[in-house]
Design a binder for this molecule. Structure first.
Ligand code: UVW
Length: 354
């Protein structure tokens, strides 16, 4: 039993028409025909456009800190946040509570005056404010830079392209002597407040964001986009989320998300953008424009072809209000993922500092 064609399942199975080399890369299979970054930072690169941020960009970003204002761009992680119904709500429970010790537990015997609480948390890594890593999306069995989908298993996780490639590891620093350039997502960011420049807050459902709209917004804001910038895209759509939505209503809500059309990725290429984060479930417009194109063409074009990370469910309203008030849409962003080896994405608490 298995698959006899892309996206078709059958009781028969044919061997794929490609092979996989000793580096875990597909040979003779999918290769992007359009813009892509495969090989741009080496055949073994697993950081993609985050290579566009180095020490110089971070120094530039730090020079933008003027007022000392700090904005967390994360949702509270609870059952109320926007979340697709295939991704369960977070579970939060306690292994130990001080109240157990107050009423008498074995641990209160030795020192009845010392008590503590210990808790535990379980959640889908794609279930709140997050980064999509490159192993999140596969097209024709292939991921960014040509890595084979078989490198990610339920048992072993992502043996390539895991989110930990965006963190400087202890081994990297202390043993291999790698310089501290692998801490991704710390740099200069620019907020593009599209509802403000387009005169509709939120953007109407299913609005396709294209290059012209992004240029128009940057110009209206007087924002200079620089190579290596992380682009934060506000649509205003998150405000219409209702935690009491039924699964059908959730489908309808997410299925009308405004977001990037494929042309917006050309804007990212032209500006050497190092990552894109939005206040929607997928950055990408839903439903995508062209039914003949790949199912999620922006996910494929960004994560698979370009190695361009996507941030989803970022909370941008308070930051946008402050940017409108002081006219400064550029700031320093500190947004590293959690270091979960083998994970394909990560929740995080992005911090904008102005
Ligand atoms: C997919 O598109 C598969 O998921 P997400 O929007 O969470 O990246």
């Amino acid at each position: 039993m298995g698959r006899d064609d892309y996206a078709r399942y059958a009781t028969s199975w044919s061997a794929p028409d490609y092979s996989v080399d000793e580096d875990g890369k597909v040979v003779g299979g999918y290769e992007p025909e359009g813009p892509n970054n495969w090989g741009r930072w080496g055949d073994d690169d697993q950081r993609g456009t985050q290579n566009l941020i180095g020490p110089d960009q971070r120094v530039r970003a730090a020079s933008l800190v003027q007022s000392g204002k700090v904005f967390s761009l994360a949702l509270p992680i609870d059952a109320n946040g926007p979340r697709f119904h295939t991704r369960p709500a977070p579970l939060h429970w306690f292994m130990m509570a001080g109240s157990d010790q107050v009423v008498g537990s074995p641990y209160s015997a030795a020192d009845p005056d010392f008590q503590w609480n210990d808790d535990m948390f379980q959640m889908p890594l794609q279930g709140s404010t997050q980064w999509d890593g490159f192993a999140h999306v596969i097209y024709r069995d292939t991921m960014y830079n040509g890595y084979w989908a078989g490198n990610v298993t339920a048992f072993g996780g992502a043996s390539v392209l895991g989110i930990e490639n965006h963190r400087e590891s202890f081994v990297g620093r202390a043993v291999l002597g790698i310089e501290n350039h692998r801490e991704s997502f710390v740099g200069r960011a620019v907020l593009l407040d599209l509802p403000r420049s387009e005169g509709s807050d939120p953007l109407p459902p299913a609005t396709v964001i294209n290059s012209a709209m992004l240029d128009r917004c940057a110009e209206a804001q007087g924002a200079a986009v620089e190579p290596g910038d992380i682009a934060l895209i506000r649509t205003g759509y998150m405000a219409s989320w209702d935690p009491s939505f039924t699964p059908d209503q959730q489908e309808e809500y997410f299925g009308g998300s405004p977001g990037f059309g494929v042309d917006a990725l050309n804007w990212c290429d032209r500006n050497d953008i190092s990552a894109v984060a939005a206040d929607t479930i997928g950055v990408e417009v839903l439903v995508p424009e062209d039914p003949e194109d790949r199912k999620h063409p922006v996910h494929c074009g960004a994560l698979v072809d370009r190695g361009l990370p996507l941030g989803e469910f970022w909370v941008l309203d308070a930051l946008a209000a402050d940017c409108a008030a002081d006219g400064r849409y550029e700031f320093m962003l500190v947004a590293p993922p959690l270091n979960i080896p083998g994970a394909v994405g990560s929740p995080l608490n992005p911090i904008a500092i102005k």
